[in-house]
Design a protein around this ligand. Structure first.
Ligand code: TRP
Length: 445
């Protein structure tokens, strides 16, 4: 273990892990899912999932990384060797590292789109801003070259940061990016709450309608909790390896989860009041909520174009700090496996991810009719990663720590207080394992 790869001070690990967690999942996906799934009842289920599944699984991932001090794959290998369990557990790491590259390939396409919106200013004298916005979004999705440009730009920045290294690249960048992100989200919420329709938002967010909770809604809340916390593919495990020895796993994980959840809720407060303030717009718009609906909402508000720029800078920063965590597990593994320099590994993988991303771009246009089992390329990748690879990864982490590893070993190394440890194991063993298993079964049917 070389000390050059440990982040100094407790805050860098928290910022990096929160940076991984806070992303498109919070600012783009969470609001539209809340909007389309009936509001606060969805939020309540989401919060339960975060606590009952997210917390124990994330703590387990950090534990493995911190104990192993290597890439997820080799940390798992080391753990297996030292506790005399099957070496096959390392495949959990390989599955995760691969999932990271696959997710990054389309994540970068959406992040690139958000990036391009920083520069998409509405002309000031539009007769029909709504039609303009729809047409803009439609044109963008039908222009592969433009999408490839933004996808490439976003990916190059991601690769540069990861290529520079763990301490100087990832560590330093999150120390700059995350404070800006927190500042912007608070600023936007204040703006939105004061110029938009806060009353409608509060009643939408805080008067639960439990009749909207179908099994499908509950399961999508669970899936969203997984995605939002970045668990199930080893991103947090990889970062755990760089956590200072003295840092407390329980408190740190609680902080990260709190930050992730606060940003998601603040994103709701930044978006809904301005959507509600415009009677032509609906919160049930789905994935287009940010790209089609929101620009129109901003258009009609004082200083709307300034805040629209701030909003899209915010999303781009959030996506960037997540994207680097999607690349890190594979990079760390390759670095241990070969003598190739980190920069070259990243360049190579970046190219692979870039190439794969083009498939997702084509799904919007020239390949939109090519379908396999009713899904286009992007939908297929999304399904494979979010519905199969992430839940499988999370399930195996929960089984490994909750059921397979000797209890004494976990207790000695995770350093939780007696009572917290009991609760942790109980949740991991029964609640997390059981419910992930159910989601997984359901998502396969
Ligand atoms: N959590 C990020 C978001 O909310 C996305 C992400 C980053 C992710 N790393 C991950 C999702 C690892 C799953 C696994 O946008």
């Amino acid at each position: 273990m070389s000390n050059t790869k440990i982040w100094r001070g407790n805050s860098t690990f928290i910022l990096a892990a929160a940076g991984s967690a806070v992303g498109l999942g919070n600012i783009w996906k969470f609001p539209y899912m809340v909007g389309s799934n009936g509001g606060s009842a969805f939020i309540i289920v989401y919060l339960v999932c975060i606590l009952a599944i997210g917390l124990p699984v994330m703590a387990s991932e950090v534990f493995v990384g911190k104990y192993g001090r290597k890439s997820p794959i080799n940390s798992l290998k080391k753990l297996a060797k030292e506790t005399n369990i099957s070496e096959y557990w390392k495949f959990l790491g390989i599955l995760g590292a691969l999932a990271g590259l696959l997710i990054l390939s389309y994540y970068s396409v959406f992040a690139g789109m958000a990036f391009s919106y920083i520069f998409n200013l509405f002309p000031s004298d539009l007769e029909n801003p709504s039609a303009y916005s729809s047409a803009y979004f439609f044109d963008l999705s039908k222009s592969p070259l433009v999408l490839i440009f933004w996808h490439s730009l976003f990916l190059v920045i991601t690769c540069l940061i990861v290529g520079i290294g763990v301490v100087k690249g990832i560590g330093r960048s999150v120390n700059v990016l995350m404070p800006i992100l927190f500042l912007f989200i608070v600023l936007l919420s204040i703006y939105s709450a004061s110029t938009g329709d806060l009353d409608a938002t509060l009643s939408f967010l805080f008067s639960p309608d439990f009749s909207s909770l179908t099994p499908a809604v509950i399961l999508s809340a669970m899936g969203q909790a997984f995605f939002s916390l970045s668990i199930g593919m080893g991103a947090i495990m990889a970062y755990g390896a760089y956590m200072p020895e003295k840092q407390h796993i329980g408190k740190t994980v609680l902080t990260i989860i709190l930050l992730d959840t606060l940003v998601a809720l603040f994103a709701g407060i930044a978006i809904f009041p301005i959507v509600f303030s415009n009677s032509f717009l609906v919160v049930t718009a789905g994935p287009g909520l940010i790209f089609e609906t929101l620009p129109v909402a901003f258009y009609s508000l004082p200083m709307g174009s300034l805040f629209s720029i701030i909003f899209f800078i915010l999303i781009t920063i959030a996506a960037l700090s997540s994207a680097i965590s999607l690349l890190e597990p594979f990079t760390a593994w390759m670095e241990e496996l070969s003598k190739i320099k980190r920069k070259n590994i990243v360049a190579l993988m970046g190219f692979f991810v870039w190439f794969l991303g083009i498939g997702s771009i084509f799904s919007f246009n020239i390949w939109s009719d090519y379908k396999f089992m009713g899904l286009n390329f992007l939908e297929l990748l999304d399904y494979l990663t979010n519905n199969i690879m992430l839940p499988l990864g999370g399930l195996f982490v929960a089984i490994l720590i909750g059921w397979v590893l000797p209890r004494k070993f976990v207790r000695k190394n995770i350093k939780l207080k007696e009572n917290s440890f009991k609760v942790f194991i109980f949740f991991l063993k029964y609640v997390s394992t059981g419910s992930i298993f159910l989601v997984f079964l359901y998502s396969l049917t």
